[in-house]
Design a binder for this molecule. Structure first.
Ligand code: ADP
Ligand code: MG
Length: 725
């Protein structure tokens, strides 16, 4: 019983990091950075010049891989990997579970003479066949064709993953079915980048900026997480299996003091962070910032932004590394969106922009009037996109765990709106009135699109309540969950942007009619038009307020989908299917399969949690409380035996709570007997019927925690888990 808790606390107290201390003086971060990556530098050294050039072109232009060089590249890669101690290679892929998947194969092949040699062919590099029948495919892959295959993603470099006992060569891959349908998170992201480039180039043409340097999307994901001592987790089946606490009374001190945020980082945590960074440096992940977050025990790590595809793979590595390194320091890293009730959850702000090396960010206002006009066009495209496809954006961040965050006043609300900041909002307001030539905004700024002065954007103006906020040269999408792949939201953003840019280019084509001297007027008119149609999505106020929720839905017609079962059906709505099929990002079948997989995941998650609630309430909470009950009863009997009165209010109260918990747990169990063939129905049932009953069990259990003797309580408390570091 409570002995387990005491052991945990003792272990926390006695914890000493066993690792050899890091020494960044001897091991310079600049030397470490990318040392385990088959980088441009390594390729240049190890590949024949012509092969290097061909490969480089493939990577930069996103062209089809020339199979004739595969053999040479594979060999060079293997030799490099073996020189770094690799014995195995793996095709790393990203199935729809949101996790990272890998299957390892050895390089060793018998040489026919009783020995063995290390071998790796071009074929093995380019294509793998994991036994993937256990990954979700949503009906895309019937079991007789169970072998989806993995295909090398040439645009991201291979790398080596270290383990104290050896290393593995990791090859980033896309995962598709034999019929070419996407079974993963990467394939649609690559497709959406293509669509984005095509349409962005069409718009750039009007500004004389079109080129064959691809326009890409960029992402800088700020990753939040919790750290909890592992001893506590081992005593909490809910944390182990569900990643969140299903029980737990609030700690006397929560986060209301806000003294944790940006406070000094505890030494054990700092050691952990440094080792995480060291590991990530080696993998070429440009991690940059670390700090405490709002909640006690909560922290953040953020890299410098990169191309979406690379940033997405890197974010997966960040999540994996956080979890692995935490264990070395006796802690568990919780990536769940809401590990503790009543305490801020974890999100992942995805900073999103589009552009390329020569153009910079197309969401950057720039210094010249010409650049400003271009900026306003791309910005308007984003506004239009979020207005048109807000529900889609909402659906990309829908999960059982993220539901605990969105809409609880700590994360952005589930209503998708755009924050522009006062200044930019003012400019769009003027554009709406039609500043064909020029008009005045706030003394200084003239906003005629042909005479735009530099727009000094104030990036310091922050509104934390907006799900999609302009922050100077990018938008920050704040509704993404800490545990999610960032691929899905970016696939949606790229496709939505492509559609808006397509619309803009088409409209400008019609208006300009090959005579660019019309351009200013055409742009003005188009911007005016877009603002008029889509201004409903622009909101600079407090996203948490009741008034906004009312106004958004009733006056502005914005959707407020609070739960996953409300949001996921959007994936197969007509608008969304039209959008994705038009730009070849998803087929209808792919969308249907995704929707059913995500719904299934939702159902399974809640099912697991519900079963845990029943089990824990019966086997961990009930026994402790009953022991206390009998202690109280015994005391009462003793008192009476010596002729004293015994009015045991606390005994009656305890007994009531125990009965309440037992009854609710039995009812919850009965509810789980329900089943339906329709996965959406099932998801709604989980959401509307099962979840509330789980909360009812919890409310009795948490009340018991407040009265049962501390030494009889089995579960580590919120106070212990959050504050012992
Ligand atoms: P804050 O917490 O103030 O929002 P952080 O420094 O934690 O800011 O994170 C900001 C993230 O935005 C970083 O990952 C950064 O690299 C990224 N970022 C900066 N400029 C761009 C851009 N143009 N496009 C995409 N991401 C960007
Ligand atoms: Mg931040």
């Amino acid at each position: 019983g409570s002995q387990a808790r005491l052991n945990a606390i003792t272990a926390v107290n006695n914890f000493r990091a066993t690792e050899k201390p890091l020494n960044f003086m001897e091991e310079k971060p600049t030397d470490l950075f990318g040392c385990n990556v088959f980088s441009d530098k390594v390729m240049k050294e190890r590949l024949p010049k012509n092969v290097y050039k061909t490969l480089k072109r493939t990577m930069d232009k996103g062209e089809q891989m020339d199979p004739s060089i595969a053999e040479t590249v594979a060999n060079a890669m293997k030799d490099w990997a073996v020189s770094k101690g690799a014995t195995h290679y793996t095709h790393v892929f990203y199935p729809l579970t949101g996790m990272t998947a890998e299957k390892h194969d050895g390089f060793l092949t018998p040489d026919g003479k009783g020995g063995a040699i290390a071998e790796f062919s071009g074929k093995l590099l380019i294509q793998g066949e994991p036994d993937a029948s256990s990954f979700p495919s949503g009906g895309l892959r019937s079991t007789f064709e169970a072998r989806g295959y993995t295909a090398w993603d040439v645009t991201n470099p291979a790398y080596i993953r270290e383990n104290p006992n050896g290393t593995t060569l990791c090859i980033p891959t896309a995962f598709v079915s034999w019929t070419g349908e996407a079974l993963d998170k990467k394939t649609p992201l690559l497709r959406s980048q293509q669509a984005l480039n095509t349409q962005a180039q069409r718009v750039l043409k009007f500004f004389g900026k079109a080129s064959d340097e691809r326009v890409q999307s960029y992402a800088g994901p700020e990753q939040e997480y919790f750290l909890v001592d592992r001893n506590f987790v081992l005593n909490r089946p809910d944390l182990q299996l569900a990643g969140r606490t299903l029980f737990g009374a609030p700690s006397a001190k929560g986060q209301e003091m806000e003294d944790h945020y940006f406070g000094a980082i505890p030494p054990r945590v700092l050691s952990f962070m440094m080792e995480v960074e060291r590991e990530l440096y080696k993998l070429g992940v440009p991690v940059k910032t670390r700090h405490n977050e709002v909640a006690p025990g909560q922290f953040e790590i953020a890299p410098i932004y990169e191309n979406s595809n690379l940033a997405t793979d890197h974010n997966q590595m960040v999540m994996t590394t956080l979890k692995e390194v935490a264990l070395r320091y006796g802690m568990v890293c919780l990536l769940h969106e809401k590990p503790f009730a009543g305490i801020n959850g974890s999100g992942k702000h995805v900073n999103y922009s589009i552009g390329n090396a020569s153009l910079g960010s197309l969401f950057d206002p720039g210094d010249t009037p010409h650049e400003n006009m271009q900026f306003l066009v791309f910005c308007a495209a984003a506004i239009r996109a979020v207005h048109k496809y807000g529900p889609l954006l909402r659906a990309t961040v829908a999960s059982a765990s993220n539901d605990h965050r969105l809409g609880a006043n700590e994360a952005p609300p589930a209503i998708m709106s755009v924050y522009l900041g006062e200044q930019l909002a003012d400019i769009f307001e003027q554009l709406k009135k039609g500043c064909a030539k020029s008009c005045k905004v706030k003394d200084e700024l003239r906003v005629g699109v042909d005479t735009l002065p530099p727009l000094p954007m104030d990036a310091g103006d922050r509104n934390r309540t907006s799900p999609f906020a302009f922050t100077g040269n990018r938008f920050e999408f704040r509704a993404v969950g800490s545990n999610m792949s960032i691929a899905g939201p970016q696939v949606a953003l790229n496709s939505m942007m492509a559609e808006s840019l397509d619309y803009i280019a088409t409209e400008l084509d019609k208006c300009v009619k090959a005579d660019l001297s019309n351009l200013n007027e055409c742009v003005s008119k188009l911007l005016q038009d877009i603002v008029k149609k889509h201004e409903a999505v622009i909101f600079n106020g407090d996203g948490y307020s009741e008034a906004w929720h009312k106004e958004a839905v009733e006056k502005r017609g914005l959707a407020n989908m609070r739960t996953t079962p409300e949001a996921l059906p959007v994936l197969t709505s007509k608008e969304v299917v039209d959008l994705f099929t038009k730009y070849n990002v998803f087929s209808k079948r792919e969308l249907e399969s995704r929707q059913s997989i995500y719904l299934e995941q939702y159902v399974k998650t809640i099912m697991t949690e519900a079963q845990l609630v029943i089990k824990m309430s019966r086997t961990m909470i009930f026994p402790g409380a009953v022991r206390y009950q009998s202690q109280l009863a015994e005391t009462c009997a003793n008192l009476r035996a010596i002729g004293k009165d015994c009015v045991m209010v606390s005994l009656d109260d305890l007994t009531d709570k125990l009965r309440g918990m037992q009854k609710a747990a039995n009812e919850l169990e009965a509810l789980l007997g329900h089943s339906s063939d329709d996965v959406l129905e099932e998801a709604k049932y989980m959401c509307n019927t099962v979840l509330p009953k789980m909360l009812e069990v919890r409310s009795f259990a948490d009340a018991l925690e407040g009265v049962v003797a501390d030494d009889l309580w089995n579960l580590p408390s919120y106070q212990e888990m959050l504050f012992i570091k």
